[in-house]
Write a protein that binds this ligand. Structure first.
Ligand code: SAH
Ligand code: F3S
Length: 479
C-alpha cells in the first residue's frame, strides 16, 4: 500500500512481481498489477493458480509466454495507463505469435467483450471472480480462440487457495476477508466491477494468518473494500443474510468478532485492517483495538467530503457530524489512534462552501495521512447517469492542491507529535536512501528510519526513540 502523502499517480506503470517458482515449471508468466491493494492480493491468487498450471513468474515481459495485466477502473487515468501499456506489448506480440496477452480485474469486468473487440492486442479477458477458470480459458487461447469469463459470483472468496506471496518483504502480508461492495456510492465503479459483497470463512482467514506466522511473517493487513461490513454466516452474499437459517444467524461472525479471533489466535502478529467505512464501523471495533496490544492503532477511514449536501449526493450513508462523532468515540476508546482519509474534490455540485467544509473537517480530525483525488466521472455509475460533472477541471485542480497542502501541514504536525517518544518499529527492510539504516512503521503506520545496530534483522520489532521528523517520515535511533 502507498503510505506516502501524495495523489496516487495513475500514470505510473503497474508493478510486476516475481515469487511463484517451481523447478518443474517451464512456462513463464509476466503479471503486472495496477490500482488498489485488492488487485495486488488477487494477483497472488492468480499466480498460485497458474503456478499449478506450469507457469513461473518473470519480471521480463520479453521472455514471457503469458502476459497478464490486473487492471483498475477507479478513475479514467488508471484505464488510460493500462491501454498505453497494452500498446507497448504490440511489438512483442508480433515477434512472438504464441504469446498470450490477457486483461484481469476491474477493466476486464467493466469492458467485457468490448476489450476483445476494441483492443485487438488482447486474447484473454477475466473478471475478478473468474480466476479459477484461468486454466480452461488458457486452453482456449492455446487453440487460437479468444477467451472471456466475466461472471460475477455471490460466493467466490478463493478461501481455499493459498496465495503465492509476490515480491513482498517476507514480513508484512495482505489477507483478503471480504470481496465486492454493496454500498453504491454514486461516484464509484467498484460495485459494478467487483460485484456483491461476501465474506470469507473465518477459519480459513485464521489458517492463512497462522501459516504466514509459521513462515516468518510478522504483520497481516485484513483486506476488503469495506471490512467493517464483514459478516460470515456460512457463505453467500451479505444481501442474502435475511434468508439465512436461525442457527446461521445466531452463530454469525461480524468484523469486531473476527478481529478479536485473529488477534487472540496470533498474539504476537501485528494486525492491521483496511478499508473502513464510517457507516459500518462501530464502537465495538475500537473496543477490540483497545483490548489487543497487537492490533495497530491506525484506521483508514475515507470521508470523501466534509459537506452534508455532497455526502448525500455521493450516497454516503453518514453525515459530517456522525463521522466526527465516530472519530471522537475512537479517540476516547483508543487514545493513541491515528487516522487517514480518502477525499474526492470537485464532485457534482460541489461549491466553494462545500469545499471549505471539507478543509474544516480535515482540520478537526487532524489526519496522519491522506489520499486525495479530483472527481473522475465513471461510465455507468449513478453519478454519471443522474448528475452533471459540473466543476471545471481547473477548479478541481485548485481544490485538490488545497486539500493536499492542508494534509501536508496536518501530517507534519502529527509526525512531530511522535517526536521525543519511544515507538515499537517493525523492521520491514533497508531504507532506500541509506543502506546503513532500517525502515519500518510504528503502530500508527508512520514510516520510521533509524541506524542499523548489530544483531538486528528484517522482521524484528525494535524500540526506537524518535528524535525528528519530515512530513512523512520519523527519524529515530534504536534504544
Ligand atoms: N472502499 C474502497 C474504496 C475504493 S476506491 C477501498 O477499499 O479503499 C478508493 C478511493 O478512490 C475512494 O475512497 C475514493 O476516494 C476514490 N474514488 C472512487 N471513485 C472515484 C472517482 N470516480 N473519482 C475520483 N476518486 C474516486
Ligand atoms: Fe466504492 Fe463506496 Fe464501496 S467508495 S468500494 S462503493 S464503499
Amino acid at each position: 500500500m502507498n503510505f506516502e502523502l501524495k495523489i496516487i499517480d495513475e500514470t505510473k506503470q503497474g508493478e510486476a512481481f516475481a515469487g511463484a517458482e517451481k523447478t518443474e515449471n517451464s512456462k513463464k508468466l509476466f503479471l503486472e498489477s495496477y490500482g488498489c491493494q485488492m488487485n495486488f492480493s488477487d494477483s497472488e491468487i492468480v499466480a498460485s493458480i497458474l503456478n499449478r498450471e506450469g507457469y513461473n513468474t518473470t519480471l521480463k515481459p520479453e521472455e514471457a509466454d503469458l502476459i497478464l495485466l490486473n487492471t483498475c477502473s477507479i478513475r479514467e487515468k488508471a484505464e488510460q495507463t493500462v491501454r498505453k501499456r497494452l500498446s507497448q506489448f504490440k511489438n512483442l506480440k508480433s515477434e512472438k505469435p504464441n504469446l498470450t496477452v490477457g486483461v484481469l480485474g476491474c477493466m476486464a469486468e467493466r469492458l467485457k467483450t468490448k476489450f476483445l473487440e476494441e483492443e485487438h492486442l488482447v486474447d484473454l479477458v477475466v473478471g475478478p471472480d473468474a480466476y479459477r477458470d484461468l486454466p480452461n480459458l488458457l486452453k482456449e487461447t492455446e487453440d487460437g480462440r479468444d477467451a472471456i469469463n466475466v461472471l460475477l459470483s455471490k460466493e467466490e472468496t478463493y478461501a481455499d487457495i493459498n496465495p503465492v506471496r509476490l515480491g513482498g518483504n517476507g514480513v508484512t502480508a495482505f489477507v483478503t476477508i471480504t470481496r465486492g461492495c454493496d454500498n453504491m456510492c454514486t461516484f464509484c465503479v467498484v460495485p459494478f466491477t467487483r460485484g456483491r459483497e461476501r465474506s470469507r470463512d473465518p477459519h480459513s482467514i485464521i489458517e492463512e494468518c497462522k501459516n504466514l506466522w509459521s513462515i516468518g511473517y510478522k504483520e497481516v493487513t485484513l483486506l476488503g473494500q469495506n471490512v467493517d461490513s464483514y459478516l460470515w454466516y456460512g457463505g453467500g452474499a451479505k444481501k442474502d443474510f435475511e434468508k439465512a437459517t436461525e442457527i446461521q444467524k445466531a452463530t454469525a461472525v461480524d468484523f469486531s468478532q473476527l478481529l478479536d479471533f485473529v488477534a487472540t489466535a496470533l498474539p504476537e502478529m501485528r494486525i492491521r485492517f483496511s478499508t473502513s467505512n464510517p457507516q459500518d464501523m462501530n464502537v465495538s471495533v475500537f473496543e477490540v483495538m483497545a483490548k489487543h496490544k497487537n492490533i495497530c492503532k491506525y484506521v483508514h477511514l475515507p470521508v470523501q467530503s466534509g459537506s452534508d449536501k455532497i455526502l448525500q449526493r455521493m450516497n454516503r450513508q453518514h453525515t459530517r457530524s456522525e463521522y466526527l462523532d465516530l472519530i471522537k468515540k475512537a479517540k476516547e476508546t483508543v487514545p493513541d489512534i491515528a487516522f487517514s482519509q480518502d477525499i474526492i474534490v470537485g464532485f457534482c455540485g460541489e461549491t466553494e462552501e462545500d469545499h471549505r467544509d471539507t478543509l474544516n473537517l480535515m482540520k478537526e480530525v487532524e489526519y496522519d495521512y491522506g489520499y486525495m483525488f479530483a472527481y473522475s466521472e465513471r461510465p455507468g455509475t449513478p453519478a454519471h447517469k443522474k448528475m452533471k460533472d459540473d466543476v471545471p477541471a481547473d477548479v478541481k485542480q485548485r481544490r485538490l492542491a488545497e486539500v493536499i497542502a492542508l494534509q501536508g501541514a496536518l501530517s507534519r504536525k502529527r509526525m512531530s507529535s511522535y517526536v521525543g517518544k519511544i515507538h515499537e518499529i517493525l523492521i520491514e527492510g533497508e531504507s532506500k536512501k541509506n543502506k546503513n539504516q532500517w525502515k519500518g512503521r510504528n503502530s500508527q503506520n508512520a514510516v520510521c528510519v533509524f541506524d542499523k545496530t548489530e544483531g538486528q534483522k528484517i522482521g524484528d520489532t525494535v524500540s526506537v526513540f524518535v528524535h525528528g521528523n519530515t512530513q512523512g517520515t520519523l527519524l529515530g535511533r534504536a534504544e
